[in-house]
Design a protein around this ligand. Structure first.
Ligand code: SF4
Length: 243
């Protein structure tokens, strides 16, 4: 049975997938095909689960690694050796995260909180990894990035993900002042921008433009993405340069 596809409901994952390749969007969201886990995505799940459980239940940095063991996901690795190698990478990230926790000045208000708001016929949704409150009463919405293949020189105000989070925080949760941040766990660094630094009109227009293309079934392959695509061994449109 195919999943129900609500064309009027948009979130960052859908937009990202459509921008990577419209056919990939069709596979994932209309036909319900699943992308298997690989080491980097599996570690990402383990770290996200760990931080969610830790902030929800403890906030004592010395306990963080025991949450890691409880939340570890062993899927997506080809051997026990490979799994151990990635487990240690994650452990290192969390040791650094725990150190930074001792100096945190904010109060964690929520984890994995969902926002939803309407823009005309479009429903915009998102789930934010962590929401903090600063002593001055301002807010910070945080998305964890666990990968190492990130370009830290791109301004966060260009992010369609943080952009919709900043808009969602204001529209759905009435957070008047605050910032949206990426927390790069592998680099122990955070990049932030105030809510008002994101161009709300442009970001919503981008989401809705893509929504309209999905609505009319505009699904052309983007071959530039084929080499990296998790479906490239089962997609009839795949075209990889040099093959
Ligand atoms: S293999 Fe290429 S054409 Fe097929 S879904 Fe992936 S990116 Fe798109």
């Amino acid at each position: 049975m195919q999943p129900e596809h609500n064309v009027y409901e948009l979130n960052f994952s859908k937009i990202k997938t459509y921008l990577e390749c419209p056919i990939l969007y069709k596979y994932k969201y209309i036909e319900g095909k699943r992308e298997g886990l690989v080491p980097a995505s599996s570690l990402g799940v383990s770290i996200h689960r760990t931080l969610e459980e830790y902030h929800r239940n403890s906030n004592d940095p010395s306990e963080l690694l025991s949450y890691y063991d409880d939340c570890w996901l062993g899927a997506g690795y080809s051997s026990a050796g490979e799994q151990m190698e990635w487990y240690l990478k994650g452990k290192k990230m969390l040791e650094t995260y725990a150190q930074a926790e001792y100096e945190r000045k904010t109060i964690v208000d929520s984890t994995e909180r969902e926002f939803i708001f309407q823009e005309g016929p479009w429903t915009l949704r998102g789930k934010i990894d962590r929401t903090d409150k600063w002593p001055d009463g301002s807010w910070e919405v945080i998305d964890y990035k666990t990968g190492t293949d990130v370009d830290l020189s791109i301004p966060v105000t260009e992010s369609l993900q943080l952009g919709i989070y900043a808009i969602g925080a204001r529209r759905a949760w009435n957070m008047k002042t605050g910032r949206a941040s990426y927390y790069f766990t592998a680099f122990n660094t955070k990049q932030s921008a105030p809510f008002e630094a994101f161009d709300e009109e442009k970001i919503l227009a981008t989401y809705i433009d893509i929504g309209k293309k999905i609505e009319v079934g505009d699904f052309e392959p983007n071959h530039k993405h084929c080499a990296l695509c998790p479906f490239n061994n089962r997609c009839e449109h795949a075209k990889i340069e040099g093959e």
